[in-house]
Design a protein around this ligand. Sequence first.
Ligand SMILES: Nc1ncnc2c1ncn2[C@@H]1O[C@H](COP(=O)(O)OP(=O)(O)O)[C@@H](O)[C@H]1O
Ligand SMILES: [Mg+2]
Length: 367
Amino acid sequence: MASVEFRSVTKSFGSFNAVSDVSFSIGDGEFVCLLGPSGCGKTTSLRMIAGLETPTLGQVLIGGQDVTHYHPKDRQISMVFQDYALYPHMNLADNIAYPLKVRGKSVSERHGRAREVADVLKIGHLLDRLPSQISGGQQQRTSLARALVYPSQVYLFDEPLSNLDAKLRLEARGFLNHLQRDMGMTAVYVTHDQAEAMALATRIAVMDQGRIVQYASPIEIYRLPATTFVANFVGNPPMNLVEVEASHGNGSLQLRADGLSIAPLPMTDVIGKALATSSKLTLGVRPEHLHIAQGSAPNTITAALFANENMGPESLVTVDRADAGRVTARIFTDDHLQLGETVTLAFSPEHVHLFNSKGDRIPAAGE
Ligand SMILES: Nc1ncnc2c1ncn2[C@@H]1O[C@H](COP(=O)(O)OP(=O)(O)O)[C@@H](O)[C@H]1O
Ligand SMILES: [Mg+2]
């Protein structure tokens, strides 16, 4: 296993920067997820670690060694692709053993090792089959087995679960989590699925338009999102974001928006700096930090009920603030709400996130 580092890496395709001046380091034994919407540069970043793309600028290091211009085969990496990339004419045993074959290992070693890995992944009984004769979940495990059959310094995954149905995806996610904690592998895992990143990663790099906007542990990303983009990308449903007009006096901050009632918050220097640029701030509250309150009270958002979706253990209650957008609460009580009825959602001040007019987090006092 080995560490991975990007030093000011840029990858351009013509005049377009798919990856812009990205720097990060991944410790030995870490499982880092590159998380972001389609087209933000995740696969391009992964391919630069693998050596399938060469950076336009900057360096890639594996195990402290500059491998920017190394051929993929000289990097000791394994990669699991989104479409599994199995050889259709080879049975599973040969597919799994392929990395050993290209390294000139004997037939008996190849077969022994392929069986071992296949047994761990519970596909040992399928070794004679062709990829077309097994299910999508089994194909996914075959491509995983092929990546694991030969010890690598770094394991790379490009959305390996995205072709599985929801149930299999959850099962495979749990399996990968177990495997990583068990093997202590260094892994870089690309996904656009925030739940997958939260479940698997030791650290998440949230990407937007070729840049890393936040690189932190899942819990920090969730609790202290650095920008409104991160707040909106992580969490299901995502954090509610409400545009507010701010004013201050006598050491307290007053926020105003239609349907919002909020007690004054303590004023800080950082808030003062943000307000010097613009009096428009964004208030964020996570759906799970909202509950239904009766009547008008401070620290509430009041609007007409738009939807009430019963999810089993919880309901998603959404109110419509017209032009100001919708707000969704995760409610764990059983309420009988009528469409269009006025609903008041309450929150505690300690669950309020504030962002400046550029969308950057304003740290709370003591944060
Ligand atoms: N070989 C290429 N030539 C031109 N543009 C590319 C190439 N590869 C990727 N891109 C562009 O770079 C951006 C990032 O792509 P990619 O890394 O595949 O994103 P992601 O994996 O996050 O969806 C996209 O706009 C994509 O169209
Ligand atoms: Mg991709």
